[in-house]
Design a protein around this ligand. Sequence first.
Ligand SMILES: [Zn+2]
Length: 321
Amino acid sequence: MIRRPRRLRTNEMIRSMVRETHLGIDSLVYPMFVIEGKKIKKEIPSMPGNYHFSVDTLVEEVKTLIDLGLKKILLFGIPKFKDEIASEAYNPNGIVQRAIRELKRNFGDSIYIITDVCLCEYTSTGHCGMIKDQRIDNDSTLPLLSKTALSHVEAGADMVAPSDMMDGRIAHMRRVLDENGFEFIPIMAYSAKYASAYYGPFREAADSAPHFGDRKSYQMDPANGKEALLEVKLDLEEGADIVMVKPALAYLDVIKKVKEISDVPVAAYNVSGEYSMLKMAINQGLIGKDVIQETLIAIKRAGADIIITYFAKEILEKGIL
Ligand SMILES: [Zn+2]
């Protein structure tokens, strides 16, 4: 007798019955960029199909997303000016804070707003931390990150997502949020965030490329898998509610390992370079758009509970799910 696995592949009816991994709208988060100004909706050249929105057009876009059924966003801000102490990051009237208030005023609980908490879009150096003696100083950065997170939450953010990779920031942020009565706000930690070339298009989108040096003294070495588990363990000890691996595609093994040790949900960030690579190839007719679903399913199969992806809107618009 020969085993015949093909029996269960005969038609879509049976295939769907035995399918192991499902991609659902509930697990998708859509990253968005908000900028100063009015009536602006400007396509980001390196990320076709993604835009810079001013607050007013962001509200319009989010209305469209809600109508499509996409209700979770990850918000990034591009401020009007940058300085050494990233003051626009925690300005109560900064771009992200105003965007959150406007979205909540219009949509209330119909939109779930996660905010990226970092300083690199706001520092004149383009680094994620404060500079001391030519180094990215860890401990003097923590209060500014927590202050930024608090200002987002005070504006109405539902969740904060620190992406800076400073040591000890989750514990610091948790304490500051709790002390201010926000013990119910979850923290999604960018736990295993690698110093990756796949962030290239994002840096154009967020205008956050470092002006000197690189981020290798705080983001992780792509060669290290075990170290990701240490980062995850520390973030869990410090109180992270969700842990994240970023990027996703070149790190599927890391997602799998993190899933095995984590007792909280695991998020994966399908980053800008991963998006643009596929998008450009699809636009040029080199590969079919089915590659989007195949890619996201792979991330899910590796163990991600939540996928942050620039494809989220397109997936719903084109009925890819
Ligand atoms: Zn940063």
